[in-house]
Design a binder for this molecule. Sequence first.
Ligand code: MRU
Length: 345
Amino acid sequence: MIKTIEYIDGVVRMIDQTRLPLEKVFVDCKTIEDVDNAIRTMVVRGAPAIGVSAAMGVSLGAESIQADNFDAFYVKLESKCSALAKSRPTAVNLAWGIERMKRVTLDSKNLSIPELKQRLKKEALDICEEDIAANKAMGDFGQTFIDDGNTVLTHCNAGALATAGYGTALGVIRSAVNAGKKIKVLADETRPFLQGARLTVWELMEDNIPVKLITDNMSGFFMKNNQIDVVVVGADRIAGNGDVANKIGTYMVAVMAQKHGIPFYVAAPISTLDLSLSSGKEIPIEERSVDEVACFNNKRITPEGASVAHPAFDITSNDLVTAIITDKGIAKPPYTTSLKQLAGQ
Ligand code: MRU
């Protein structure tokens, strides 16, 4: 399996997810600004992968700082962090990764500046390792919801490419396969950025997991014809009441799943919880360029001057979510209580 993100010798190397699956090329980020640009342009995407990249970006930013004392160092680091935090608004893992790096900095005031830079590099590498471990834990918990012979629908890409490795929703699928269950996956193409068609199908094929691509408007058809047993998706941010922000189109899938009595699971690490928000209404929804909708393969598909909208995420209300699979265990309704318990709050 190709590494999504690697931090070696002062370089954060990412597989360029805008070019997959046709080309496997890597982007080397040497500065925090390079990482910021990679997140904005979706070279790296997916909530946990954004969090890990941000932590590595902060470490690169720290490396570039010239300062004689801690206070001067921290002022410069904070300013770099606040710029990076603006790169994408919806996935809370971005802020989570940056805040964790800032906290470690503040807790390491006693170190010399070179030692502090080393400490931050170690923290970023730890965050990367912990993300893979969290995904495997979610896989163990979540695979119990998938039976031998099931067909699983997933939306967007919540796989190895959206994380440091293994994946959240696709991690659950991988663990079910590793447990010996013979399952099939239906992957929504996920217009307009095609994370499903380009990334989910690619990484499942790489692992020889049976996958079939469908367009976003087909899942109702397959549900009605009893051809989907379970839905598993990832998340970009989960509010305290269990409302889930995920890729645009997730809400439609959840509504259809409820209509057809199909369980709808969300797999996300604790770092994707935002318990400071009481409901999904408070989650900022990224508006991306309308050109991503108005064009396909760099060719315009609608008249010049046509009015186009592009909210990149939607909110699935908690009543549509059967359970939330986290790295600390399974949260069931009422989420206001269960999520707090799992987060240790
Ligand atoms: O815009 P993207 O590609 O960053 O959106 C990604 C998603 O919505 C994923 O489903 C989500 O981050 C879960 S990733 C494990």
